[in-house]
Design a protein around this ligand. Structure first.
Ligand SMILES: [Zn+2]
Length: 1019
């Protein structure tokens, strides 16, 4: 007989799909079905249990987009099914084969406790207690008609704009007619679960997939295909149930053959990636979490060896609040060690845009929740899906007591393949964290033969270590591991031809991997994702909400702590805790990057408005306490929350209003307008474009000869895929320079320019303060373009080898050339408050109040000089997943700093984002702490979270050098201790010593230091 593997594989696929899998539930009777449509938003479970259900049946349509329908299913066990394993098979008629991207259900018992969830890959419901003939039972299904916003099939990633991503009108307005139903109930049966057939399916699945992955000449491959043939021959397709055992017996020897002694070892970690918001709103994620957790806790009952790692403390906090009975199951399973709080973070945040202090609080609130709720000290940072990782993270992790880092996202690079899967990641300060990128290249593995084989083949470090990880379980929209995946894991534990798959915990993997490979290679600096570069710019309003909230939180904590220590004012612990958690939630890696549906971003705006309003109140209240009673002549006090003194106001202090020089008034020279102070001279032409930016002290022109500064440039921006995520390099091929102005006029304090183009209008006001090197550009845009990218360009006459961009707790340098594919791929980069370019002795910088995307290019001119062009990415207008992204009115500010080094750029970045505040009063407010070194910056001043009245000060060395500084508290000091980010004492490391009433600091480059200062009791 001639063998043909393709014929065997095709035969196996068809028999499995059309005969064997259906035979798992071959004996079935229909269930009774009732339905109740919820009008409006989801209701609490008890409300649904009491509702009036109308009769329904298989084939009925249900669920307009975003609606909830409740099904009541009921049945009676047939008399001759006594003692059999019974399951309901419930197919809601899902619109996609991917769990979490379409309709989903959660099944409840009549007492309101959750059993498990339903999705397209998980449609069974165990019918437990009434297993004797004649017994009746009843369950309820909360079915969510989540629409398919994005098709996820391999041939179907089209990214067409859709209106499905916002709340349907009838959900907002009870009077509006409901929309068309999206789904049709496909199956609702009570069935006998045929375990032997189920196991046969898993045997064939695993062996068939393994055979497919083995090399064509491998003996094992040919033997396995022969075993599969014989097993299929043994199955009587008219009597699958009666012949399955015989077929299994024929496969047993193949399954018993052990893996090779030194086979690759894969740690399989049960997981479900649940995007806290994305193609669904936050409220739906609360239910997604309940579904996934119900699934996995039910699976744990049946599989005691199953372990499940759950990241994002916020999601468990939601369960605690909204589904306490599901949360109680988490507690039970955490106690047995099956449910593993993981990741140490409040949510899985974006880490390009999120600020330093926010990253610290992500760990504080994440770790604290796990400690308080489960007594678990998490040791890993779990960020499988975030779009790039800043170079401050290793130190932040270490200071949070985190030892391991996991992601796989860098495998999405479109240009360069990352050279390691297991390595030490070194940050800007030198801290190293042991890191792993699962070589399976996904966080949603099904443990398929292809995935297991790819893991081993792809693993870059296999010459020196034999361990890698596979996170398995349906994710993105949740779902989690299934019994089929566990069946695969059991068969792959020790199977000839395969890597060994061991179900264990992240901690067990990392400890084993480190012991196996302590001298892993080192990767220094940021983990730049060569993909999704548009996330630095999409949905500007969301980014502004975050930036503004971060600075307001700093102010609120600073002034509230000052008022508490100086005046005994009550410190708003609860409000700050809640506001921080709200801001942290919105740093989630599809909210802050601007990649969620319209619903999410609209709600985020409403939330940021409320956060701003509450924080403004907290700041105002504290400042009024500090400013004292208003004087008779309307005297005012100026507060400076920045870590640098300015205009006579000390850092983090306040003084009665010092005299302030007026802004420079523009003068006219021909058709040009000039802004000039003692330091710089700016010339603007009749089109409102900067033709000269002269550094008077250095007698040097900042702009390259013949170029225009603050040139607004419009690019077509239609990436090949992932619209809100991606900017493709070819966007630069076409550009429209916006040189026409509708009006350019001098005002008393600046130059006002109006431009209209397309359907949009831009107003810019250029101002220059006395004594300042910063030309401010205040921009109001009414933006109605589609699929366009708006940049502001500054071609500078400077030969900069690298750009220096602010990141959390420091800065990074990136080459301005494109020598290597790694450099070229960074054609859009992230900067926080400043980006600086310079040559020895002279430089310039751009500062901003809400822009993150930048690009830096350079060119040598015929005159031999070098033009280094810095551009800010001001706005985009992608149309998927939110077809109206970025449309409407925006206000943003940026500034050009002329003749500055990095330290001045740092300072101006803070100033722009922390404008001084003037409050009626007469008091001088001494800073609660002051530091005498320009490089040592205070990141936070607050009262300790343990409500001990201790003052917490977090500072960092910001220039990238060593710093010896003195910190002087504005109060009598009883004790000082260095702490971790959670404000717990650390071993003394020589960073600080107490001398009298002062604290002497000695910091290494970019070191972060948190101090707990205990005030002396009042005498
Ligand atoms: Zn995600």
């Amino acid at each position: 007989m001639h063998n043909d593997p393709a014929v065997t594989e095709a035969r196996l696929a068809r028999v499995l799909d059309q005969r064997l899998r259906p035979a798992v539930h071959a004996r079935a009777v229909p269930l009774g079905v009732g339905i109740w449509d919820v009008r409006g938003e989801p209701v609490p479970v008890p409300v649904a249990l009491r509702a009036r259900y109308r009769p329904a049946g298989v084939g009925d349509r249900w669920g307009p987009a975003w609606a909830t329908c409740w099904f009541r299913i009921s049945g009676t066990v047939p008399e001759d099914w006594d003692g059999l394993t019974l399951e309901a098979v419930l197919d809601l008629g899902f619109g996609s084969t991917e769990p979490g991207f379409s309709a989903e259900g959660l099944v409840y018992r009549p007492d309101g406790t959750a059993v498990k969830a339903l999705n397209p890959r998980n449609t069974h419901l165990p019918i437990g207690a009434p297993a004797h003939g004649g017994a009746a039972f009843e369950y309820y299904i909360e079915a969510a008609a989540n629409p398919v916003v994005m098709h996820t099939g391999p041939d179907d990633l089209s990214f067409h704009p859709t209106r499905l991503g916002d709340r349907a009108p009838w959900l907002r307005d009870a009077g509006a007619p409901p929309g068309e139903p999206l789904y049709r109930l496909r199956r609702a049966d009570l069935a006998v679960f045929d375990r032997v057939v189920f196991e046969l399916v898993q045997d064939l699945d695993v062996l068939g997939q393994l055979a497919h992955e083995l090399p064509s000449g491998s003996t094992r491959r040919w033997q396995l295909l022969q075993d599969v043939e014989r097993a299929l021959d043994a199955v009587d397709l008219q009597d699958v149930s009666g012949t399955a055992a015989a077929a299994r017996a024929l496969l047993a020897p193949a399954l018993a053959a052990p893996a090779s002694a030194r086979a690759h070892r894969i740690s399989a970690i049960g997981h479900a990636h649940i995007d806290s918001a994305w193609l669904w709103p936050l409220r739906e994620t609360v239910r997604k979490v309940a579904r996934t957790v119900s699934n996995v806790t039910q699976l744990m009952d049946d599989h005691p060896g199953f372990r499940f790692a759950m990241s994002q403390a916020q999601q468990l906090a939601w369960l605690k609040q909204h589904r306490p009975e599901v949360y109680a199951r988490v507690g039970e399973k955490a106690a047995t060690g099956q449910f593993l709080p993981t990741g140490s973070l409040w949510v899985e945040p974006d880490t390009n845009i999120t600020g330093g202090e926010s990253l610290a609080r992500q760990f504080v609130h994440g770790k604290r929740f796990y400690l308080e709720e489960f007594g678990v000290e998490t040791e890993d940072m779990w960020l499988p899906d975030t779009f790039g990782y800043n170079a401050a993270l290793p130190q932040v992790m270490k200071l949070a007591g985190v030892r391991w880092f996991l992601t796989q996202k860098i495998s999405w690079n479109t240009t360069n393949k990352f050279p390691h899967h297991t390595f030490w990641w070194e940050g800007i300060d030198g801290t190293r964290i042991f890191s792993h990128f699962p070589p399976v290249d996904t966080y949603n593995s099904e443990l398929s033969g292809a995935e297991v084989a790819h893991s081993e083949r792809n693993f870059q470090d296999k010459a020196r270590t034999n361990r890698s990880m596979v996170p398995f379980g349906y994710g993105d929209g949740g779902g989690g591991p299934t019994r089929e995946m566990l069946a695969r894991a059991a068969r792959l534990a020790d199977l000839e031809g395969s890597a060994k798959v061991v179900v264990e915990t992240p901690g067990e993997f990392f400890a084993g991997a480190l012991a196996d490979y302590p001298d892993a290679p080192v990767w220094v600096g940021e983990l730049y994702l060569e993909f999704h570069r548009g996330t630095l710019t999409s949905q500007l309003a969301t980014k502004q909400g975050n930036r503004r909230s971060e600075h307001l939180l700093r102010e609120a904590e600073l002034w509230a702590a000052t008022a508490a220590v100086e005046h005994g004012a009550a410190y708003p612990y609860e409000a700050l805790d809640r506001l921080w958690k709200t801001v942290l939630l919105h740093q989630f890696h599809d909210i802050l990057p601007g990649t969620s549906i319209a619903w999410v971003h609209r709600e985020a705006q409403e939330t940021y408005l409320a956060v701003t309003s509450e924080l403004e109140q907290l700041v105002g209240q504290a400042q009024r306490t500090l400013a004292g009673p208003p004087g008779p002549d309307g005297q005012a006090v100026v507060f400076n929350a920045a870590p640098h003194a300015r205009d006579g106001v000390p850092a983090m202090g306040a003084v009665p209003r010092p005299p302030r020089p007026p802004a420079t008034a523009p003068t006219r020279s021909g058709d040009q307008l000039v802004l000039e102070n003692a330091l710089v001279r700016i010339v603007v032409d009749g089109r409102g474009l900067i033709t000269s930016a002269h550094d008077l002290g250095a007698d040097r022109e900042a702009l390259a000869p013949g170029t225009l500064g603050n040139l607004l440039q419009l690019h077509q921006d239609f990436p090949n895929q992932w619209d809100a995520w991606d900017i493709d390099a070819f966007y630069r091929n076409t550009v429209l320079d916006l040189t026409d102005a509708e009006s350019v006029r001098a005002t008393g304090t600046g130059i006002h320019i109006v431009r209209t183009f397309g359907s949009s209008r831009i107003e810019q006001t250029l101002t220059l303060d006395q004594g300042s090197r910063r030309l401010d550009i205040d921009t109001v845009i009414d933006w109605h373009e589609r699929e366009k990218l708006l940049k502001a360009a500054f071609p500078l006459d400077v030969r900069a080898a690298h750009s220096t961009a602010e990141i959390p707790f420091g800065h990074v340098e990136r080459p301005t050339h494109t020598n290597t594919s790694w450099d070229a791929a960074k054609f859009e980069v992230c900067a926080h408050r400043f980006l600086h370019v310079g040559e020895r002795g002279w430089g310039a910088a751009l500062v901003n109040d809400s822009t993150y995307g930048h690009d830096v290019t350079r060119d040598t001119r015929p005159d031999g000089g070098t033009t280094t062009t810095v551009r800010l990415s001001l706005l985009r207008a992608p149309r998927f997943p939110d077809p109206e992204a970025d449309q409407g009115r925006h206000r943003l500010r940026y500034g050009l700093l002329i003749g500055v080094e990095v330290p001045e750029a740092i300072e101006e970045g803070y100033r722009l984002n922390l404008p001084e505040r003037t409050v009626l009063g007469t008091a001088t407010v001494a800073p609660l702490v002051s530091v005498d070194h320009a490089a040592v910056l205070v990141s936070a001043v607050k009262l300790a979270d343990d409500r001990s009245d201790d003052v917490i000060v977090r500072l960092y060395e910001a220039h990238g050098g060593r710093a010896r500084a003195t910190l002087t508290p504005g109060f009598a000091l009883a004790a000082v201790v260095a702490t971790d980010l959670l404000e717990r004492p650390l071993a003394q490391d020589g960073s600080h010593t107490v001398v009298g009433s002062e604290v002497r600091l000695s910091l290494r480059p970019f070191q972060i230091l948190t101090l707990r200062l205990t005030p002396a009791p009042a005498t």
